[in-house]
Design a protein around this ligand. Structure first.
Ligand code: CU
Length: 414
C-alpha cells in the first residue's frame, strides 16, 4: 500500500513556504499483510483516543453511532519490514498504482519530473538493504534503487495519475492546467490536452483497477473563470469529458459541477443497471417506529411526548388531521413512506419547525421532532415532487393552549 507524505520539514507555521524547503519528501510503502501478522502476534499497543464509529443499518434505515475509546497502534520500531520511506520530489500529492501493479507513480506538486517507482525494484532494494538511513526507525530506500523512470518535462504541478488499458498514464497538471499523457516504460510524453481550468483530480472509468475501460477521461477542475455565465460571487465549478480512445485526446463535453470536484470513480453503465434495486419491500423495514399499513397509523401520548406514527403514499398522509397536541408538548413524527417502487421518495415538513425536514425513500421510516410554540393550526406537507397531486399532499395539526383538555384524536376524515 502506497501513499504520499509531505512536510518532512515538520513545519508548523507558514506551511506554504516552510513545508516546501526540502528537495524531496517521501512515498510511504506499507506491507499491510505484515501489519495483519504483527496484529495477530499481539504486537499492537492500545492507544487512548476518542472517535465515532458510524454504521448504516440497512434494515432499520438508520445510522448507529458508537464512541470508541482506543485504537490499536503498531510502532515501526517493534515491527521490522512493516513500513518504508522512498524519497520523492517535491511535496508529493497523489500516489497511484498502474493496472499491472508494477509501477507506482507520484505527483509532486512542486516537482519538475514525475517519478515512477518499480515494485520489483523496491522489493529488491529492501532485500539488499539499499537504504540511505532511517527516520524514527523507518528505513529510507535509496531513490535510484526504487526508481523505474522519470517522466521528463511533464508540465507544472503534477497531482494525480490515472491509467488506460493500453499502457499509458494520464497525469493532471494543476498549474499548467492540462492533462498529460505519457507512456509506461519509455516515460515519454505523447500528448497534452488543455483543461479549463486548473485540474485537480481526473478519472478514467476503471482507471484504478486492473482492467481500466480506457475510453474516456473526466477532468475535475477547480476553477471555472470564463467557462459559464457569471452567476455569483463564486462561479460553479467545471468538469470536462475527453475521448482517449485514439492517439490524441479529444474534448467532448464541458459540464458544470459543484465545488470542489474531488476524487471520483466511474464504471460502465451496465454495472449499475444490472444491479439496480427496483422494489423496496415494506416487509424488510425493521425500523423501530415503522408503520406498515395505513391502518396502523396512530397518535400516542406519553406524558408531554406525543408520538405520531404516520404513513405517506401518493398523494396523502395518514393521519392528515391531528387534534389535542398542546403547547409544551414534544411531538415526534415517525413517518413511513409506503411506496415500494424505486424513485418515489416523499418529503415531510411542518410549518415553523426549527429543526429540518425529512426526505424519505420508498419503504423507509424516519423520525423528526417538532415543538409547538403557540395555539395554532399548523400545516404539514410533502416537500418532494411525487405526483400530479403533490401539492394536495398535506394535512393539519391543531395546537391547543398549554393545560387544555382537548382529547388527542387523529384520522383522515369519515
Ligand atoms: Cu409526496
Amino acid at each position: 500500500m502506497f501513499f504520499s507524505c509531505y512536510n518532512t520539514e515538520l513545519a508548523n507555521t507558514m506551511l506554504e513556504a516552510n513545508a516546501s524547503q526540502n528537495d524531496k519528501d517521501y512515498i510511504v510503502a506499507v506491507n499491510w499483510k505484515k501489519a495483519a501478522d504483527y496484529l495477530a502476534q499481539g504486537k499492537a499497543k492500545d492507544m487512548k483516543t476518542s472517535y465515532y464509529h458510524n454504521a448504516w443499518d440497512e434494515k432499520k434505515s438508520m445510522v448507529v453511532s458508537e464512541v470508541i475509546n482506543s485504537v490499536k497502534m503498531l510502532n515501526p520500531k517493534d515491527c521490522p519490514g512493516l513500513i518504508y520511506l522512498i524519497p520523492c520530489p517535491k511535496s508529493p500529492h497523489g500516489c497511484d498504482v498502474d493496472p499491472t501493479g508494477e509501477y507506482i507513480c507520484a505527483g509532486g506538486k512542486l516537482a519538475t519530473v514525475i517519478p515512477v517507482y518499480s515494485f520489483t525494484k523496491i522489493l529488491k532494494a529492501i532485500e539488499q538493504k539499499q537504504y540511505e538511513g532511517d527516520i524514527d526507525g523507518i528505513p529510507v530506500i535509496k531513490y535510484n534503487a526504487a526508481l523505474a523512470g522519470e517522466v521528463q518535462k511533464p508540465g507544472l504541478g503534477p497531482l494525480h495519475t490515472e491509467f488506460d488499458d493500453k499502457g499509458y498514464g494520464y497525469t493532471s497538471m494543476f498549474v499548467s492546467s492540462e492533462i498529460v499523457k505519457w507512456k509506461i516504460g519509455t516515460w515519454e510524453v505523447v500528448d497534452r490536452a488543455p483543461t479549463f481550468y486548473s485540474i485537480g483530480h481526473l478519472m478514467i472509468p476503471g482507471g484504478d483497477t486492473k482492467k481500466p475501460f480506457g475510453k474516456y477521461v473526466v477532468a475535475l477542475n477547480k476553477i471555472t473563470k470564463d467557462r459559464y455565465l457569471p452567476t455569483g460571487p463564486e462561479l460553479c465549478q467545471s468538469a470536462q469529458l475527453y475521448d482517449i480512445s485514439g492517439e490524441k485526446m479529444k474534448l467532448l463535453l464541458d459540464f458544470p459541477t459543484i465545488g470542489e470536484p474531488h476524487y471520483a470513480q466511474g464504471v460502465a453503465a451496465d454495472v449499475l443497471t444490472k444491479n439496480q434495486a427496483k422494489i423496496f419491500k415494506i416487509e424488510d423495514n425493521h425500523h423501530q417506529y415503522v408503520c406498515k399499513t395505513e391502518n396502523d397509523a396512530r397518535v400516542v401520548r406519553n406524558g408531554n411526548k406525543v408520538h405520531v406514527y404516520m404513513t405517506m403514499i401518493r398523494s396523502h398522509f395518514a393521519p392528515d388531521n391531528i387534534e389535542g397536541v398542546k403547547v409544551g408538548d414534544e411531538v415526534y413524527f415517525h413517518v413511513t413512506n409506503l411506496e415500494q417502487d424505486w424513485d418515489v421518495p416523499h418529503g415531510f415538513a411542518i410549518k415553523g419547525n426549527q429543526n429540518s425536514e425529512l426526505l424519505i425513500m420508498p419503504g423507509e421510516t424516519q423520525t423528526i421532532k417538532w415543538m409547538p410554540t403557540k395555539a395554532d393550526v399548523v400545516p404539514f406537507y410533502c416537500t418532494d415532487f411525487c405526483s400530479a397531486l403533490h401539492q394536495e399532499m398535506q394535512g393539519y395539526l391543531r395546537v391547543s393552549p398549554a393545560g387544555s383538555n382537548v382529547k388527542l384524536t387523529s384520522g383522515t376524515g369519515k
